[in-house]
Design a protein around this ligand. Structure first.
Ligand code: GLU
Length: 302
């Protein structure tokens, strides 16, 4: 496994310098773009790393996965009355579909869907922002994980589009709590800082039929785990989900902080981090590294 990682790293490293860091969240614009790390957590709980795999970064939309899993644990099938499971084919922060689909977001990985899920968690937990943080601490075995307050505040300051999305859903009776309260929790979760090693460990239950080696507990049933992976495969990579499936063939989720988690079900979870993004908003080196991975292991879920 270590030599697999070393080979991928060597192969992709020359691309460093391609892409651009996200700057629509001002606090993310100052991240050093020339960083690259990979971690794998196999289904026996062993972790392998290369490069900047221990550097904490802003997980951004990867938090949508943990947010969803936490809600699935509580709401069961009823959750799917408030959010769909179809790809949107539109940018992650688009409002267009929401209006003509009566405030029901297409899936939990676009912003509208993640905001509904955050609203559900807001109704259930006394400190909803800490619930997701504590959940990822438990899953990755790292009690030090925290949010970067500067990033969370910067996102809150530039909240207009997410606030508009939430208010539109409220107008359709698909939002229970105060919009500003939910936005605080949502941005706090996006601003969580985790390393590749934390995320590979944290997502390992998705490669292991819902069982987390780290906490030695069943997080989701095998059926729910397949459902989350199916949603990730169809909607986890923004508008590049189709070509990512075509080229890589693994369920994955990326974030504008430059991280991507991906699962090789039955074998291992992987996280790649490199902050410079391609024109679709996915980590340029991250996509290249995962392409190299499936080329080396000669395997895809399809
Ligand atoms: N916090 C970001 C937003 O709401 C999430 C961006 C992302 O990683 O997709 O715009």
């Amino acid at each position: 496994m270590q030599s697999l990682l070393d080979n991928i790293y060597q192969e992709v490293f020359p691309m460093l310098g391609q892409g651009k860091v996200a700057d629509y969240i001002p606090a993310l614009a100052c991240v050093e773009p020339r960083q690259f790390g990979i971690a794998i957590c196999d289904n026996e709980g062993n972790v392998f790393t290369v490069g900047d795999a221990d550097v904490p970064f802003s997980i951004q939309s990867i938090s949508k996965v943990f947010n969803l899993v936490l809600a699935m644990n509580h709401y069961g099938e009823g959750l799917w009355d408030r959010v769909g499971c179809e790809p949107s084919g539109l940018p992650f922060n688009s409002l267009v579909q929401l209006e003509y689909e009566n405030g029901i977001p297409r899936n939990p990985f676009i912003n509208a869907g993640a905001l509904v899920i955050s609203d559900m968690n807001q109704s259930r937990f006394a400190s909803p922002h800490l619930a997701v943080r504590d959940f990822v601490r438990r899953l990755s075995g790292n009690p030090e994980i925290n949010a970067d307050r500067i990033v969370a505040d910067s996102e809150f300051e530039h909240r207009a589009r997410n606030a508009a999305t939430a208010y539109l859903m409220k107008a359709f009776n698909n939002f229970e709590n105060e919009v500003e309260d939910v936005l605080h929790s949502y941005f706090y979760n996006c601003a969580l800082e985790m390393s590749c090693a934390d995320l590979a460990r944290g997502a390992s239950f998705l490669a292991n039929r819902g069982y987390s080696q780290c906490g030695e507990e069943q997080i989701l049933s095998p059926k729910q785990t397949s459902q989350v992976n199916a949603l990730l495969a169809t909607s986890g990579m923004y508008n590049e989900a189709g070509s990512f499936a075509f080229q890589v063939g693994l369920p994955g989720k990326s974030g504008v902080g430059g991280g991507i988690i991906a699962m090789v079900p039955g074998r291992f979870s992987i996280c790649v981090f490199s902050p410079a993004l391609n024109h679709m908003g996915n980590s340029a080196l991250g996509v290249a590294a995962l392409t190299s991975l499936t080329k080396h292991i000669k395997w895809s879920v399809y």
